[in-house]
Design a protein around this ligand. Structure first.
Ligand code: GDP
Length: 464
């Protein structure tokens, strides 16, 4: 952030818009306390600029002395605040209108409206958080499931950033020793790449490889996945949707082709947020309304992370099922075969043996969407497919973003090169180490270019 920008005192409503009743206007910057002092009347006649008291009760008044809201004012002096600057939080309890009036008053007195993520960006620029923690703060706001929340909490409190710091320290240490050898080649330095140093680098490499390996789980916890339920009409797609959702949002009917709209809901599979998309029967539509539904179903299937292909085992496999399977085989998305209506047939092998369809499935489950039989197993299989067998617990240090995984992969590759050529010249070893450090720096934000930081912080909410 250019220097003149951090000279400003910024202000924003930090609580989400809505009828919450309680809300916070937050200011940060060198004039924050003074600006609020000018608009605040303490009920005990106290001056918030003086003394060590941190919480004050009173009223915010406009320039004509009218009360805008009864508030608690929380003063946090630099550097003991989120941004490390002077921060004042005004806790109002009158809903959005008074909060806006308080914000307007602060702006009229010289504060500037904060850009999205600007408080967190100041915390980052002032060294209070590294980029991985700043991004985790944003994830905390958006976490949809308990597991995602635990993961974001762990990262926000610094588990990942500590792991990154340790790796960076090990590499920087090694680089310093190797550079010494480059600078003073004639001097009698101890053996350059000794066993202890190599050992440390090997451990760091293993740690990096592990973070790359578990990143997909982290990304999944954060972003979730979209599951499309596909099948010809009347096989039980809506019933499955409902069974997964355990409520009755999708309309269940006996008439083929009545689920015309795409319905979407988010469920949790072992902590992974999954957007469940119920599609109309993908088949040759006879009328226009349905044609649109069919089109959307195809799109949903194409965009999904996983397709649940539902068949009705109480009926023989029809040309429609086969045509659909052929259609799905053209899409690269993995397919789980869901053999529904098991309650209507005897024996688990009845109907649709796995080889009947011209389609490779990653898993097959037998269920009854109406009795609930097999649903647990289906959910368990889905979660295992998504997370893999050895998914880390959500609160382990984990990478959560595609860009983090990419940087870590490059860091690991550079280090691997170094370990393979440990006998090479110090110059070459230093090149690998510098590359690895630069890649790590992209995750902590140390080497992230300004324009990328702009983009990252712009995706935050205002007031964060
Ligand atoms: P969709 O057109 O694929 O969405 O199918 P629906 O979910 O609307 O179900 C069609 C019909 O099959 C309804 O009458 C459901 O009650 C029935 N059905 C769905 N799943 C099952 C099941 O597991 N067992 C039985 N016996 N009936 C089911």
């Amino acid at each position: 952030m250019p220097d003149e920008l951090s000279e400003d005192t910024i202000a924003a409503i930090s609580t989400p818009p809505g009828e919450g009743g309680v809300g916070i206007v937050r200011l940060s910057g060198k004039n924050a306390i003074e600006i609020v002092a000018g608009m605040f009347a303490s009920s005990r006649g106290k001056d918030i600029c003086k003394g060590r008291q941190r919480v004050f009760h009173g009223h915010i008044r406009d320039s004509r002395g009218r009360s805008l809201d009864e508030v608690l004012v929380h003063v946090m002096r630099a550097p003991h605040s989120y941004t490390t600057e002077d921060v004042v939080e005004i806790n109002g309890h009158g809903g959005m209108a008074p909060l806006r009036a308080i914000l307007d008053e602060a702006l009229a007195r010289g504060a500037r409206l904060a850009r999205p993520g600007e408080f967190t960006r100041r915390a980052f620029v002032n060294g209070r958080l590294d980029l991985s923690r700043a991004e985790a703060v944003m994830d905390l706001v958006h976490a949809q499931t308990r597991a995602a929340l635990n993961a974001a909490n762990a990262a926000a409190s610094g588990a990942l950033s500590r792991a990154l710091r340790e790796m960076t320290d090990t590499l920087a240490d090694a680089l310093a020793r190797i550079e010494a050898a480059v600078d003073f080649p004639e001097e009698d330095l101890p053996e350059l790449v000794d066993a202890a140093l190599l050992d440390g680098l090997r451990r760091t490499h293993a740690r990096m490889a592990e973070l790359v390996q578990t990143a997909d789980a982290g990304i999944l916890y954060r972003e979730g996945i979209s599951l499309a339920i596909v099948g010809k009409p009347n096989v039980g797609k809506s019933s499955l949707f409902n069974a997964l959702l355990r409520d009755a949002r999708a309309i269940v009917s006996d008439l083929p082709g009545t689920t015309r709209d795409r319905l979407e809901e988010t469920i949790t599979l072992e902590g992974v947020p999954a957007r469940l998309v119920d599609t109309a029967g993908v088949r040759n539509a006879e009328n226009e309304v349905e044609a649109i539904g069919v089109e959307r179903a195809r799109n949903a299937a194409q965009q999904a992370g996983l397709i649940l292909f539902v068949v009705d085992v109480s009926r023989p496999c029809s040309p429609e099922d086969v045509a659909l399977a052929e259609e799905l085989a053209k899409i690269r998305t993995p397919v789980v075969l869901v053999r529904n209506k098991m309650d209507l047939v005897e024996g688990a092998d009845a109907g649709f043996p796995n080889g009947t369809l011209p389609l490779q499935c990653v898993a097959a489950c037998s269920i009854s969407a109406t009795t609930g039989a097999g649903m647990r197993e289906l959910e368990r299989r889905l979660a295992a497919l998504l997370l893999g067998d050895d998914a880390p617990p959500a609160d382990a240090p984990m990478l959560f973003r595609v860009h983090q995984k990419d940087s870590m992969r490059r860091a690991a590759a550079s280090l691997e090169r170094l370990l393979e050529n440990a006998a090479a010249s110090p110059e070459l070893l230093a090149v690998d180490l510098r590359e690895a450090l630069a890649a790590l720096g992209e995750i902590t934000g140390e080497t992230t270019p300004e324009n990328i930081l702009d983009r990252i912080f712009a995706s935050f909410c205002i007031g964060k």
